[in-house]
Design a protein around this ligand. Structure first.
Ligand code: MLT
Length: 265
């Protein structure tokens, strides 16, 4: 994917933009980049205007010392301004979902619909915050290979991790090429994120919740709770998939997206 770039809020945001129609902005998880959405850009751009940015500190976007979910949400709003997009379907996977919650809280009028994939509304526990800080230190001191070593096996359904070596290699490549300072900033940003549980009953736009049945990081139970709390929501469970369900089972994931987007037209 070749990058476009816009200068927004003092940083340079790299993004890909393809297709025409309803704008759909998709936000990647941690520590990935916009290429996470390769299959989704291919599938959706026939009928939609798809925009996939690299969030700050990731991919080719500027690395900053601070990377809170709110700052990332402001970057997305700034990018939408720069692209003349007033309102979009906004969605994210995992950390991208945390940023989506921050965006929906701050810019509700700019959200046509939400896509919440393999994510959760609750904030970190104290223990999780301490783990994030340890990971941030490790990233800074040892580099991204060490982070990939710890994280990668948890991202896939066990069978997929064993057998789908190309997909595992692709996710690994995204991880090891992420900047270590950007990684530390995102870890600290996630550790300090707000609990979005109170936001869920206030969400009035159509919302698609997707989760891999074998997701061990943001579980089916998390997704079911979100589904109960968001009034106009639809839950799709992807079989034989873990946390990176959009890569593990792209066809099923894309079908859920296309069917959901069709209901908005
Ligand atoms: C992600 O995939 O974005 C991360 O696993 C989210 C997290 O660590 O909470």
């Amino acid at each position: 994917m070749s990058a476009n770039r816009k200068r927004v809020r003092g940083i340079e945001i790299a993004y890909e933009e393809r297709g025409q129609g309803t704008p759909v902005v998709l936000l990647h998880g941690f520590p990935f980049n916009r290429s996470l959405w390769r299959e989704q850009v291919d599938a959706l751009s026939a009928r939609h205007h798809v925009v996939v940015p690299d969030l700050r500190g990731h991919g080719e976007t500027t690395v900053t010392e601070s990377a809170t979910m709110e700052e990332m949400a402001d970057d997305v709003a700034g990018l939408m301004d720069a692209l003349d997009i007033e309102r979009a379907v906004v969605g994210g996977l995992s950390m991208g979902g945390y940023v989506t919650f921050a965006f929906a809280r701050k810019y509700p009028q700019r959200v046509r619909a939400l896509i919440l994939a393999d994510t959760r509304p609750q904030a970190d526990t104290e223990e999780a915050r301490q783990n994030r800080e340890m990971m941030a230190q490790r990233a800074l001191e040892e580099g991204m290979e060490a982070i990939a070593e710890i994280q990668l096996p948890k991202l896939f359904a066990p069978n997929n991790f064993e057998r789908e070596t190309e997909k595992v290699a692709r996710v690994r490549e995204m991880m090891v090429t992420t900047n270590r300072e950007g990684t530390a900033a995102a870890l600290r940003g996630m550790a300090s994120r707000l609990d979005a549980s109170d936001l869920l009953p206030q969400i009035k736009v159509p919302s698609l919740i997707i989760v891999g049945r074998e997701d061990r990081l943001t579980t089916l139970a998390d997704a079911e709770k979100m589904h109960e709390a968001i009034q106009d929501s639809h839950l799709v469970v992807i079989d034989e998939a873990g946390h990176v369900s959009n890569i593990e089972r792209a066809i099923q994931f894309n079908r859920a997206l296309v069917e959901f987007l069709d209901t908005l037209d």
